[in-house]
Design a protein around this ligand. Structure first.
Ligand code: BYC
Length: 311
């Protein structure tokens, strides 16, 4: 280990945040750029399954809530892109990596949103899983990432609650509404568990990320905490989690659960999910349609700079 590396690790161990201009190992910077840009892309791509239902929200109140949530996701993407830029990568480069398939985004957003109940389930399970991961990230070692997560977590908890409230209403409604909610959980439960990433034994990045305190908890620890918190919520709704092996284990003090289909996970991550192609097509179109806004904004910034210099 070099002297720089020893000093860096000492700082991490003493819980001192690493800031953009501090010395950091190249591998730390690379891991952060990879994880944070993947996180930002997930927020932006994550707007698409919900955008699908804005025009079909059943009431004005529900439409307003959904729109507010989707706008929040755009904001999260922006905080995260800005925080990642402090590591020396440009927003254009990150967008290019997403659109050319070089950068990943969360597997969950390659599943289709087929019914209105999915708007509740995405809030409850998908945002619920996201919060479980993001609460830990508020204490991540890189300052700009940790600070961005504080605000994101506050907004995510509103998202989770609005989803759960939507499902409470559906479960108290007509039998067909409750059936829609059940069908929705049947489709989203396992993909939500996959959001936490592969088992720790198969996770190549966890070792370094835990050492550098980028990750405060491992994939399996967070997945277990999510299951433990969510099962009683499903019981309250009167819905069944689609896992015959799910059972409280008194000795462990946790729920045991069935095997996750990792072949499905890797197939989706590699681009073969139901919606992968459509998601990238939609993001590419949005990027191209927005070109005139970027051009106008930089022309305006240039003009302002010129005027400031002249004065
Ligand atoms: N999907 O060594 P591992 C939201 C990849 S959005 C796709 O465990 P790591 C919301 C991983 O990248 C919230 N790929 O990796 C928005 C790696 O591949 P590469 C999104 C996955 O990084 C709108 C390989 O598998 N949250 O809340 O240590 C509406 C090996 O994995 C996935 C975040 O992004 C996956 N699920 O741990 C509603 C949180 N899992 O890069 C809601 C920030 C793993 O070597 N990210 N891979 O090619 C993290 O905390 C970590 O990156 C992960 C993975 C826990 C996801």
């Amino acid at each position: 280990m070099s002297e720089h590396e020893i000093k860096f690790q000492k700082k991490i161990d003493a819980e001192v945040k690493i800031e953009p201009k501090d010395w950091m190992p190249e591998a730390y910077r690379k891991t952060l750029i990879r994880q944070m840009s993947q996180h930002a892309h997930s927020e932006i791509v994550g707007m698409l399954p919900e955008g699908n239902w804005v025009t079909r929200a059943p009431t004005l109140r529900r439409k307003l809530i959904l729109l507010a949530k989707i706008q929040d996701e755009a904001g999260h993407g922006l905080y995260l892109y800005s925080a990642t830029e402090t590591l020396g990568i440009s927003r254009d480069e990150m967008t290019n990596q997403l659109l050319t398939g070089k950068a990943k985004y969360s597997s969950i957003f390659n599943y289709p949103s087929l019914s209105w109940a999915d708007m509740g389930t995405i809030g409850w399970l998908v945002d619920g899983a996201a919060i479980m991961n993001q609460v830990a990230l508020q204490r991540t070692s890189f300052g700009p990432y940790a600070r961005a997560m504080v605000r994101i977590c506050k907004e995510e908890s509103f998202h989770q609650r609005q989803g759960y409230e939507l499902l409470i209403k559906m479960c108290q409604g007509a039998p067909i509404q409750k059936q829609m909610a059940q069908d929705s959980i049947n489709r989203w439960w396992w993909p939500s568990l996959m959001m936490f990433g592969p088992h720790d034994a198969d996770s190549p990045h966890t070792g370094d990320s835990v050492k550098w305190k980028i990750k405060r908890k491992t994939n399996d620890e967070l997945r277990q905490a999510f299951i433990d918190a969510t099962v009683p919520q499903a019981e309250y709704l009167g819905l069944t989690i689609p896992d015959p092996d799910l059972k409280w284990n008194k000795e462990r003090g946790h729920y045991d659960f069935g095997p996750i289909d990792w072949d499905e996970f890797w197939s989706v991550v590699k681009g073969n999910g139901v919606c992968n192609k459509q998601r990238i097509k939609d993001r590419t179109k949005a990027y191209e349609d927005g070109a005139w806004v970027r051009e106008a904004a930089s022309a305006y910034a240039k003009k302002k700079k010129k005027t400031a210099v002249a004065n």
